[in-house]
Write a protein that binds this ligand. Sequence first.
Ligand code: COA
Length: 388
Amino acid sequence: MRDVAVIGIGCTPFGEKWGTSFRDLFLEAGALALEDAHLSGEKIDALYVGNMSAGRFVEQEHIGALIADYSGMASRHIPSTRVESACCSGSLAFRQAVIAVASGLEDVVVAAGVEKMTDVETSTSVDALAAAADREWEGFVGATFPGLYAMIANDYMYRYPLSREQLAQVAVKNHYNGARNPIAQFKSEITIDTVLRSSLVADPLRLFDCSPITDGAAAVILAPLERAREFTDAPVRVLATAQASDTIALHDRRDISTLDATVAAGQRAFEMARLSPTDIDLVEVHDCFTIAEICAIEDLGFCKKGDAGRLTEEGETALGGRIPVNTSGGLKACGHPVGATGIKQVCEVVQQLRGDAGRRQVDGAEIGMTHNVGGTGASVAVHIFGRA
Ligand code: COA
């Protein structure tokens, strides 16, 4: 297996993009990544694109072909593949691209993610997202994603010490970081009171405990590490790629407050990189709801079960803390265009390792991690990156 490096990154601003079409979002991110890698499109050998539900959101399927066509690559007939794993689609597209380069089958590869979610009513978005849960056992009886994560939150708060204020602090921290990220959907700082006074969505989760509905795209370019310096002075090495699965319905789980797929993917990634949680300088975790960040920090091994609320309250996950979590603003404040999120997480970690993260820079960052979840944890991908 060859070592793999990220040689270029690009991300559109996230938010409600009324004036930009689905395909134009991809083109914008792809062009930024090519420019960043000092490359032209003719050098690309293959495309992998993460997308969850363009059929429901913009009535377009056959996304691999569409993207190859509109980026001008169809005339060269390069392979272009859509990867779908709900909100984890971006990370799994990234993983497929890493495997393609590592195997020697392809050399210069784009891994991208795109989703345009705001062209439909919220009720349609919520229903499309609910298709990532078990439609027969969960969706048909009215369980939405806020509802399912509310069940996790209730179970967690019954069993472990987590106050409503500590949960709110996750959103406060992520909005603080988002306010320092030019691409974030929400750039305003909030207080615990903002969260506690916002409308109830699914008890105990309120509006500000939820990630929003978002349009956006992100793209990264990969190459063999040995060729990386042909394109960039600051390649970032992929130290580990790991993936795990679990039951799709919550009721079949051993324990709903622990995402076993996160535990498994995290352990596999640490083993592959020969690292442990204390080696990680920053981590982008999947905070689709505030409770999801609490579970992720524990399930990845950054603290013991039941301790993440205290860790968050004491500022250990904030910028300047022991393990900064979601410096991009996370899904909560940066936004969550589901198929693009995993790739945006990679863009954030690469920016941090290059020292290019501006007002949200983690001093001396050398090793970063991404954690991306599909559904309530039926698919999870974890990646570790290091300065090359
Ligand atoms: N956090 C903070 N503010 C939010 C927000 C969020 N998550 N979602 C919407 N808002 C704001 C909007 O900016 C808008 O503010 P404005 O009136 O100042 O412009 C206001 O709230 C109303 O926005 P609207 O789009 O009408 O909200 P909505 O009621 O249609 O949707 C949710 C709110 C919570 C239902 C929706 O964001 C949601 O379903 N989120 C979860 C998405 C999800 O499940 N993702 C997959 C996870 S696995």
